[in-house]
Design a protein around this ligand. Structure first.
Ligand code: 0O2
Length: 215
């Protein structure tokens, strides 16, 4: 029997199914992003996406997150309360590409955007900048349809460089890095923002020259 995309999704009811469903969700979103990037290359002669990284959260990290949030480790709680079991990171060259990619994702009929956190317009106190989308994508199995949540983090190469080092430092000092390191990271975050703005301005200037060559 054909499955209707608008019908109520079925529940996910075993750890094996969690793995299958969230891995499938990463493939679905990954393929969508690759198609959008290819189309963009054809139409506008450049790729807004530099590269894509995807990962499944480990069972240990899922249990740790549930414990931190005060929930028992059940499949139901994982699906309900852990938003980043499936995580995909989209790395773009320029800040403007981030919003382009986010809009293209949001325009896909089968993707439902549950929430957006714009840490580019509102950076975290640490200096962290990134654009987060929490979405669901339907996954069709042989006998059921489930909605899988995927956390999409979209950021520039420079923001990603900063976030990787900050993440390492955060774990090394278990969240209590010395004050001078925190301050240095904040200063680096300011330099990242400045670099992103200047690279974007340069790119726009070059593109406007290229466009004029075709007039
Ligand atoms: P990990 O180890 O990367 O998986 P939620 O997931 O919604 O329950 P929260 O904190 O409200 O929790 O969500 P938020 O702020 O959107 O952050 C989710 C993820 O963004 C984090 O996942 C990190 O990957 C990243 N992130 C958020 N803040 C920072 C930051 O200050 N520095 C860096 N480097 N990354 C950040 P996890 O599960 O916390 O960590």
């Amino acid at each position: 029997m054909a499955r209707d995309i608008n019908r109520e999704p079925d529940p996910i009811d075993s750890w094996m199914e969690v793995t299958l469903v969230y891995n499938s969700a990463l493939k679905e979103i990954g393929t969508k992003l690759e198609i959008l990037n290819d189309e963009f290359q054809q139409v506008h002669r450049y790729n807004p996406i530099e590269h894509i990284k995807s990962r499944m959260k480990t069972s240990e990290s899922i249990v740790k997150k549930l414990k931190k949030k005060g929930y028992e480790s059940t499949i139901e709680n994982m699906v309900e309360h852990v938003n980043d079991i499936a995580g995909i990171r989209v790395i773009c060259s320029f800040t403007s590409d981030i919003y382009r990619v986010a809009e293209m994702i949001g325009n896909q009929n089968d993707i439902k955007v549950l929430s957006i956190k714009d840490y580019i317009k509102n950076p975290k106190a640490s200096g962290y900048k990134s654009y987060h989308m929490l979405v669901t994508v339907p996954i069709f199995l042989s006998d059921k349809m489930v909605n899988a949540k995927v956390e999409i983090q979209i950021r520039t190469v420079a923001m990603d460089f900063w976030a990787s080092l900050e993440h390492k430092i955060h774990y090394k000092f278990e969240g209590n890095a010395p004050e001078h390191i925190k301050n240095e990271l904040k200063e680096c975050a300011r330099m990242v923002s400045d670099l992103d703005a200047r690279m974007l301005a340069l790119n726009e200037e070059i593109r406007s020259l290229e466009d004029n060559e075709f007039v």
